[in-house]
Design a protein around this ligand. Structure first.
Ligand code: UD1
Ligand code: CA
Length: 456
């Protein structure tokens, strides 16, 4: 959005997440193709935070491993949100500090940007993102003075009855003036019901220095929704999923059944693509204009050029050229580069192969570790015999070849260009250019054989 501002994001992600009941640290659980903390990092980056600072603790090694382009600081012991931010002290300078949590994946760059504009316009010491909740139990409450300005944030565990009935809660997300935050962190104590260093106490400290403390209230509870268990993960996924679909639809993609379409955040789709029901589009997939996808098709980490039609198929880590058709019921395993106007028909399995323009494998074919040229026709039941029990080998079928039905190509072997291979042939030797290869037992018809059998 902009990077003329000097914002540093500090993302708290050291907590354990016990209620996930998982070996995986909570913030690494995924929704729509990215981990929770990656969604948060991306929102921060979108508003101009170049390299967010991520505070890690539980499962630190796994988090370090999984996340790129951020700075990590370690919080050995989780002594509270204030203590977590203290670990990032070296990055808190004369800048604006945005504090986020690694487990609130739905916070959007749009909302943060609005909040930042509000923060800067008011020249506040701190702006806190708040919301009114029907059930505010468990959250810190926003206590306002007679003028409606923030007096303090009081934690649920420290609250009396009067405070507990307040519905406005602290989301845990803030913009701070860096200089003031740095001073305030030095003054935090753990003198409270939980014996923790509360970041929320920094607000009163900064207020006492004479700065304005403001609340920026959102009426979209999704923005601040924290994920603590798998049920909430599924609820957050549902919201994220509909946001993604909505964006694609508003950008010119036709999605026939939005209830039944799953698209990762990382997928790119051009306009005038149609997605039929039951599709799952994952990872770094890119789909160019005028493709028709589905029904019931899963595509992962693949690139589909214009006008590809893929139905009832699985496509993994492959590139497919313009106007090629895939399926129904094709299985493209990783590593294929398929040309333009090609046909990968029903019950065709292909892996780690190059398949040229205008070539066809219309039905019941296995193409593995192969190089197939242009204008090649593979008949029904052709098998690239690529495995000798120990090693994989490559077979080559050059341009303009016609390979008949039920042919076995025993790799390594090459069928040179402009050749024919007769149906039923098992090819074990190279076929020279422009030849017919035929290798099968000559047919014999035994007339009257049935009558003899029956002793007539
Ligand atoms: C905090 C706020 C509370 C707010 C609530 C919103 C404080 C004192 N309270 O509550 O006002 O309503 O968030 O969810 O700030 N974390 C660390 N290290 C720590 C402690 C926490 O990294 O030592 C991380 C957690 O992983 C989590 C986030 O900070 O992502 C919030 O921690 P959590 O314990 O859930 O929040 P509370 O302190 O209960
Ligand atoms: Ca806590």
């Amino acid at each position: 959005m902009n990077n003329v501002y000097n914002i540093t994001a500090v993302i708290l992600a050291a907590g354990e997440g016990k209620r996930m009941y998982s070996k995986l640290p909570k913030v690494l659980h995924k929704l729509c193709g990215l981990s929770m903390v990656e969604h948060v990092i991306n929102s921060a980056k979108e508003i101009g935070c170049q390299e967010p600072v991520v505070v890690i603790g539980h499962g630190a090694d796994q988090v370090r491993e999984a996340i790129k382009d951020v700075k990590f600081v370690m919080q050995e012991q989780q002594l509270g949100t204030g203590h977590a931010v203290m670990q990032a002290e070296e990055y808190i300078i004369d800048n604006d500090i945005l504090v986020l949590y690694g487990d609130t994946p739905l916070v959007s760059a749009d909302k943060l940007n609005e909040m930042y504009q509000f923060h800067k316009t008011g020249d506040y010491g701190v702006t806190v993102l708040t919301a009114d909740l029907d059930n505010p139990a468990g959250y810190g409450r926003i206590v306002r003075d007679d003028m409606g300005l923030i007096d303090a944030i009081v934690e649920d565990k420290d609250a009396n009855h009067e405070i507990k009935i307040i519905k406005e809660i602290n989301s845990g997300m803030y913009f701070f003036k860096g200089v003031e935050l740095k001073k305030a962190l030095k003054k935090l104590t753990n003198n409270n019901a939980q014996g923790e260093y509360y970041l929320t106490d920094a607000l009163q400290i900064i207020k006492a220095e004479g700065f304005g403390i403001a609340a920026f209230k959102t009426n979209d509870p999704a923005e601040i929704m924290g994920v603590n268990n798998r049920l909430q993960l599924s609820e957050a996924t549902e919201i994220m999923r509909s946001r993604i679909l909505r964006e694609h639809m508003l950008a010119g993609v036709t999605i026939i059944d939005a209830k039944n379409t799953y698209i990762d955040k990382t997928v790119k789709i051009s306009r005038d693509v149609t997605i039929l029901p039951g599709c799952i589009l994952e990872g770094r997939t890119v789909i160019e204009e005028d493709c028709i996808i589905g029904p019931n098709t899963r595509i992962k980490d693949s690139l589909l050029d214009k006008c590809v039609n893929a139905q009832n198929s699985i496509i993994l880590d492959s590139k497919i050229g313009e106007a090629t058709t895939v399926g129904p019921f094709a299985y493209l395993r990783p590593g294929n580069v398929i040309g333009k106007h090609a046909k990968i028909g029903d019950f065709v399995e292909m892996k780690n192969s190059i398949f040229g323009d205008n070539s066809k494998a219309s039905h019941l074919t296995y193409v593995g570790d192969a190089e197939v040229g242009k204008n090649v026709n593979l008949g029904c039941g052709v098998v690239f015999v690529n495995y000798d029990g120990k090693k994989k080998h490559k077979a080559i079928v050059e341009d303009n070849c016609f390979v008949g039905c039920n042919v076995n190509l025993v790799a390594p072997v090459t069928v040179k260009k402009d050749s024919y291979v007769a149906a039923g042939t098992t090819v074990t030797k190279d076929v020279p250019e422009g030849s017919l290869s035929i290798g099968r037992v000559r047919q014999e018809n035994k007339e009257g054989w049935v009558d003899k059998l029956n002793n007539i």
